[in-house]
Design a binder for this molecule. Structure first.
Ligand SMILES: [Zn+2]
Length: 343
């Protein structure tokens, strides 16, 4: 496997880094949408984060990389193996997968293909797993998600939300675990996502080419240093990456113990009401993201400070266009936060 750029060495892009850290702590948040110009290294942060995560234990020979210690989320093959041998299956350590979904991928390639002919002639359920199988327990990255067909985006979000891929053809069906963090990138100038789809993504972040001269110089010099000597570069950032890794592991264990006081729930509701977001998905995501952030920071309960930091990524893509207010959605969220919680 090629060496990934170090997560800690990414200059700026703080909101993007925070968003994928939060999604890694609590994948139920529902994926991250990244808006930005071409060449801003949108996929770098995802690959860097996946490379930083601890290797995962997976069942040897399982096509879905099932977790041997979690029988409730295992595939049919692993479940059968388990009941036949009555022992935990053999396992090995594998890197957290990052799967790229190329534009123009067919539905079969994405969800997997059922071989109906073999099923009819030989009576076997022949299933060729797709990209969703490979992404199980990792990340699924879609470049230019706004150019993907709507029905495919819909399907991906459904699978990401349920953690299971179900393929049905002519009365035959196959299901397998497919828990992954969906990361979609989009170029705002090329086609828009329907609002219904936008709303289904958990977080949305905006990254820009740095305008600050020093930051620009730093981005280029680090990239250059990495390309000259990847091993030396990785070594230099190892300590910092290790610290982030420990924060993620601790955050995941702490997540379920983080307290959400009623005051924080009310704050989230007030903020969403002030912004006029449709439905309750905004409130829910805002609270979950704030909880994941608290877990990441080692805090025992959700406070205004957490809500404030995740408000823009959790809400900016859920705002209706207001013809009387031309300011961008990030500005509108910031303004509502300030009005509610003070500057
Ligand atoms: Zn399995």
């Amino acid at each position: 496997m090629a060496v990934s750029f170090s997560f800690s060495a990414i200059v700026g892009q703080d909101e993007m880094k925070l968003a994928i850290l939060i999604a890694a702590i609590d994948p139920s948040i529902g994926g991250v949408l990244v808006f930005g110009d071409r060449g801003t290294g949108k996929s770098t942060a995802v690959r860097a984060l996946a490379a930083l995560l601890p290797k995962m234990r997976a069942v040897v020979g399982c096509r879905y990389g099932c977790d041997p210690s979690n029988s409730s989320s295992s595939c049919e093959d692993c479940a059968a193996l388990r009941s036949a041998t009555n022992a935990p299956p053999k396992s090995h350590l594998v890197p957290v997968p990052v799967v790229d979904l190329p534009l123009g991928a067919t539905e079969d390639r994405v969800v997997g293909a059922l071989d109906l002919e073999r099923a009819l002639s030989q009576g076997v359920k022949a299933f060729e797993p797709g990209l969703l199988a490979r992404a199980n327990r990792g990340f699924l990255y879609i470049d230019e998600v706004n150019l993907l067909e709507d029905h495919l985006v819909d399907l991906l979000i459904d699978v990401a939300a349920s953690g299971e891929n179900v393929v049905e053809r002519e009365g035959l069906s196959v299901r397998h675990p497919a828990r992954f963090v969906l990361v979609g990138s989009g170029n705002p100038e090329e086609g828009e996502l329907r609002p219904q789809l936008l709303d289904r993504f958990g977080l949305a972040v905006v990254i820009k080419t740095p305008v600050d001269l020093a930051a620009r110089v730093e981005v280029v010099s680090r990239r250059d240093a990495f390309e000259q000597d990847a091993a030396g570069f990785t070594e230099k950032w190892k300590k910092e990456d290790e610290r982030t890794r420990r924060r993620i592991i601790a955050g995941r264990t702490r997540l379920s113990q983080v307290n959400i006081p009623d005051a924080a729930r009310e704050r989230a509701a007030q903020l969403c009401t002030a912004l006029g977001t449709d439905g309750l998905r905004g409130d829910l995501t805002l609270i979950r993201a704030a909880r994941a952030l608290a877990a990441l920071e080692g805090d025992a309960e959700v406070t205004d400070a957490h809500l404030r930091r995740v408000a823009a990524p959790a809400l900016r893509h859920r705002l209706r266009r207001n013809p009387l207010d031309d300011s961008g959605s990030s500005v509108r969220v910031d303004r509502a936060v300030t009005e509610l919680m003070g500057a």
